[in-house]
Design a protein around this ligand. Sequence first.
Ligand code: COA
Length: 260
Amino acid sequence: MEFKNLITRKADGIGWVTINRPDKLNALNAETVRELKSAFLELEKDAEVKAVILTGSGEKAFVAGADISELAGLDLTQGKQYALEGQELTKIIENFRKPVLAAINGFALGGGTEIALACHIRIASENAKLGQPEVKLGLIPGFGGTQRLARLIGKGKAMELVLSGRVVEAKEAQEIGLVNKVVPLDNLHVEAETMAKEIVKNAPLALEYAIEAINKGLDRTLGEGLNLEAEIFGRACGTEDSLEGTKAFLEKRKPNFRGK
Ligand code: COA
């Protein structure tokens, strides 16, 4: 895959997507959003890829937000369309059928926090700074931030961050549950890769089903979510890999999962 604003590569079953506009702190212009959609859709089809790590190029920024030069002067209709385009990307990432990890290597502001929120797991470098500063521009988050932030860290903290536009350091981001783990910048890629490799040792369909159950369950009442879980659990029981996983345990050997 050749992209203007992304670098993609595959290694040991992991697909790497690096947003590469370092002179603009990897700000998301419309072209980059389109390229990210294409990259993720390709990686979803690629059987060699078991998990994806999304990061930014350079040592300063993951993504410093939507490209503000493209936001200036949007009218009501264009603004809604702009948000829908970005939300389409975050939905692709959130509902990706393989685990997606964000390796947050610096500023993740506005759209940067929003694409990180759509990832299944977030690992941040010690120099990372996250926030939703849109209100400082007279805007609100439009790529899912008002919805996913509140679901992840709770309404009170989400209100505080979105209304103040305050940017939080990595340590605080971890304390409030916005990121899963904080590591030195030099170790960020290795830590993300190690976590991804640990995850992909598990049965691929079980990973896909777990992502589906957690994502869909959050949109439902507890009762409906539990019904959904039972249904998806049944689906998992119907896979060859569940037979293999349980049999391997009883035979005291490592399972050989085949994604079936
Ligand atoms: N959109 C477009 N360009 C951006 C950008 C964004 N979101 N964030 C940074 N850039 C550009 C800057 O305009 C600058 O470009 P230039 O060299 O052509 O002037 C370049 O990236 C470097 O940024 P700069 O502001 O000089 O770096 P800094 O270290 O002084 O500050 C930030 C870093 C992240 C604090 C600052 O760039 C910033 O506040 N960015 C906007 C963050 C934001 O509001 N995001 C939400 C948008 S909805």
